[in-house]
Structure formats: structure tokens, C-alpha cells
Design a protein around this ligand. Structure first.
Ligand code: 13P
Length: 344
């Protein structure tokens, strides 16, 4: 492993004003997104949609540091035959790859999940590296359900263990691991319960990373924010989300980690931007805080595009706008007024 090179990639992923586009929806997830806009999910429609984003020159060159791809996409070519990974590289961004293989029910823990995909991972990583991937992603999913006493210690432990196994294999393959332990915001819990659970999850994850000798300088953390459950009656303000998230991360994440790139997790586009901005306005943090959003970057372009070739420019404009808003937020320079200004 060449740690200096891993660190260089990790730092480029969180370079000032830039963040990661999570375009790694699995076949099932992208079908759900396309169903919502009335588009049939086919190999070609998925390619056309992603090509539209990767050819958004302004967004890709100025605001996007890297793109997380799904296995199908990393092997796909643009309509003119250029590999999609080359489009990303030509824009000055770094191709990355989702390598987990989704979740399975966790035996003995009703209602809980464990992320799978470690078998043959070393071989898959070698092929992805050859194709151009320089970072990877593995997402662990932890739910909060107060009535069912979820999450269990078992779910937290096995998911942290798998994240560390994955991260160690990535570094061995000269690929920067994005370590993503996602505590879902689906429940009716308040923000303090989210902080409590996320703290346990982060502490266990870093314990496993240390045990498995993962070099912290060669990884990126992708956490959820400290946020109220969607069904909670008390919704924390932007200022409270920012203050509690920063406080939690400072307590749990070593300064050696080169950067933190949040998932959006079902927040509205503007909430995801406002929260990131408010955190960066607090300042004085040991790591850059940026975005690695899926839904909060893509909901608007998906709608604008709606599967029609005559809407490609509108889709690109919507994508560029959201990328620019989140770029500003990563520097603590976003204001709500900028939302209504057209992308330059
Ligand atoms: P969302 O921003 O839509 O949560 O997706 C980010 C991601 O990569 C989830 O694994």
C-alpha cells in the first residue's frame, strides 16, 4: 500500500468547494427513481441519464470531485462509445465504485440488516482499479426503532466489522475506502436519540478500523447528520442540526481522517444544503466537511430530464445548480437567496 497516494486521492475528494456525486443506485433503486418520473429503466435509459450528468461540464469540473458508480455503469460506454469513466476523468473528477452487494436480514436480530459483499472483494477491487476506480464505497445501514429496541449491539458490531474488513481490502488494492455507516432518519425518534445511536455506531466503526489496521489518513468518512427522525413530532432547526452534528463528529472522528462527506439520507434538497452550510459556518474543524449526496443532487435533474432527449440541457442545468449550491455550502458561503438565482 502507498499511503501517500491514498491520502492524495482522499484529499482531492474533499478539495475546497468540491464534493462527491453518489450516482451508484443499484438496479432496484434506480428503477424506483425512474418510476417516479415515468421513465422505463433500461440499460440505455440508465446510461443516457448518467451520461447527461457526467457531461455537465461546469458542474463536473468545478463542483464535483468524484463520482460513485454502480457496477453496470463502470463498464458502460457513452452513446458515442467513450467509456463513462473516461468522461468523468476528462472533466477532472475521480471515478469511484460501490462495492457492497446490498443488505441481508441479520440472523437472530429481527428487523435488522447486515451489509454483504466481502467474498471475492479483493478480486473485484483489482478489476475496478484497472478500469480507473480510485475510491470505493460500502454502506452499512442502521435503523432506529424505539419500540423494537433497535439497533442492537449485534447489528452495530457486525456492520462495523464488515466496514473495516472492506476498508482494509480497499487500501490493500490502492483504493480509498469511503466508510459509510448510515443511521437512517426514517423513524419517529428525536435528534438526541439520533446523536446517541450515531455516536455508538461511529465509535464502534473506528474501533474496528483500528483493530483491522486501516490507515485513517487513507479513507473518507460518509456519515449521516445528527437529525430528527422523519416521523418525529419535534423537528430540529438548521442551527441545532449543525451544532449537534459538529459536536458529535468532534467527539468520535479522529483528526487523521482527511475528510467527511455526508450522505443526504432523504432530507429535502435545500435542507441538505442548509445543514452543510451551517456546519461550515461554525468553522474551526479538523477536517473538511462536504457532500456525497445521491438524492439531494439528483432529484432535481431527474425531474427536469424525465427521460426526454430534448430535456438534456434542462437536466444539466438543474444538476449544475444543485452542485453549485452544495459547493457553496461546503465553504459556508450558501444563502437561501442563491437558490432562486439561475446557475451561471
Ligand atoms: P443519499 O444522499 O441519497 O442518501 O445517497 C447517498 C449514498 O450514497 C447512500 O449510500
Amino acid at each position: 500500500m502507498n499511503l501517500a497516494d491514498l491520502n492524495k486521492i482522499a484529499r482531492a475528494m474533499v478539495a475546497p468547494g468540491k464534493g462527491v456525486l453518489a450516482a451508484d443506485e443499484s438496479g432496484g433503486t434506480i428503477k424506483k427513481r425512474f418510476d417516479a418520473i415515468g421513465v422505463e429503466s433500461t440499460e440505455d435509459s440508465r446510461r443516457d441519464y448518467r451520461e447527461m450528468m457526467f457531461r455537465s461540464q461546469q458542474a463536473m469540473s468545478n463542483y464535483i470531485s468524484g463520482v460513485i458508480l454502480y457496477d453496470e455503469t463502470i463498464w458502460q460506454n457513452a452513446a458515442d462509445g467513450t467509456p463513462l469513466v473516461r468522461l468523468i476523468e476528462q472533466a477532472g473528477a475521480i471515478p469511484g465504485i460501490k462495492v457492497d452487494e446490498g443488505t441481508q436480514a441479520l440472523p437472530g436480530c429481527p428487523g435488522e440488516l447486515v451489509t454483504v459483499g466481502l467474498d471475492k472483494l479483493a478480486e473485484r477491487l483489482a478489476k475496478y482499479y484497472e478500469r480507473g476506480a480510485r475510491f470505493a464505497k460500502w454502506r452499512a445501514v442502521i435503523d432506529i426503532n424505539q419500540a423494537s429496541h433497535i439497533p442492537s449491539m449485534t447489528a452495530i458490531h457486525v456492520n462495523a466489522h464488515a466496514l473495516a474488513r472492506y476498508a482494509a481490502l480497499c487500501q490493500q488494492a490502492q483504493i480509498v475506502p469511503i466508510v459509510e455507516p448510515e443511521v437512517l432518519m426514517d423513524g419517529d425518534h428525536d435528534i438526541d436519540r439520533c446523536v446517541e445511536v450515531t455516536t455508538r455506531v461511529l465509535n464502534k466503526t473506528f474501533q474496528e478500523l483500528r483493530i483491522q489496521r486501516v490507515e485513517l489518513e487513507g479513507m473518507i468518512l460518509k456519515p449521516n447528520m445528527a437529525i430528527s427522525g422523519k416521523k418525529s413530532k419535534t423537528q430540529a432547526s438548521v442551527a441545532e442540526v449543525a451544532e449537534k452534528t459538529v459536536r458529535m463528529l468532534k467527539a468520535c472522528v479522529p483528526a487523521a481522517v482527511p475528510g467527511i462527506a455526508f450522505l443526504s439520507g432523504g432530507q429535502s434538497d435545500e435542507d441538505a444544503t442548509a445543514h452543510l452550510d451551517a456546519m461550515n459556518r461554525i468553522g474551526g474543524l479538523p477536517w473538511p466537511l462536504t457532500f456525497s449526496y445521491g438524492r439531494a443532487l439528483q432529484a432535481a435533474p431527474q425531474k427536469a430530464w424525465s427521460g426526454r432527449s430534448e430535456n438534456v440541457a434542462a437536466g444539466q442545468q438543474a444538476f449544475t445548480h444543485r452542485a453549485r449550491m452544495n459547493s457553496l455550502a461546503s465553504k459556508g458561503e450558501w444563502t437561501a437567496a442563491q437558490e432562486t438565482q439561475k446557475a451561471a
